[in-house]
Ligand binder design. Sequence first.
Ligand code: FES
Length: 151
Amino acid sequence: MTIRSLLLGRERGVRATLWAQMTGRFDADAVLASARAAAAPAVELPAAVGESVALLRVDQIPRGGVTEAMLDGEPVAVCKVGDQVYVLDNDCPHSGGPLGDGDLQGHILSCPFHGWTFDVRDGVCTLDATQRVKTWPARVENGVVLVTRPA
Ligand code: FES
């Protein structure tokens, strides 16, 4: 891991985008175009499958096993552990850190800001069980990560 990635996360992640905005090196069109290119699936995703919503292709989840995706216009953290996928709220309850930019070790996801840790299976904070993030049931079908909305 480089110092840059420690400080700014992924090249096109939330922290890198915020840093570019704060330092005035923000080209909204370029950021938007690159984000769209990065998020654009190579295959057509169905908008919805029954009660489920397609988030991204499973092969778009990077090697570390965690990334960000959009669900109904809101960012979520998508984690892959073995063949299982987990979808959690992207906002850390401590101070809003982007969990999808965090570090995944087994089923434990660490917030990139101050290191709070969450079990991706139920969203419970391992440091303080009174804290948790929302989770959604998720599965992989035909290489696509699907999230089930609550009824
Ligand atoms: S914002 Fe997540 S640990 Fe502080």
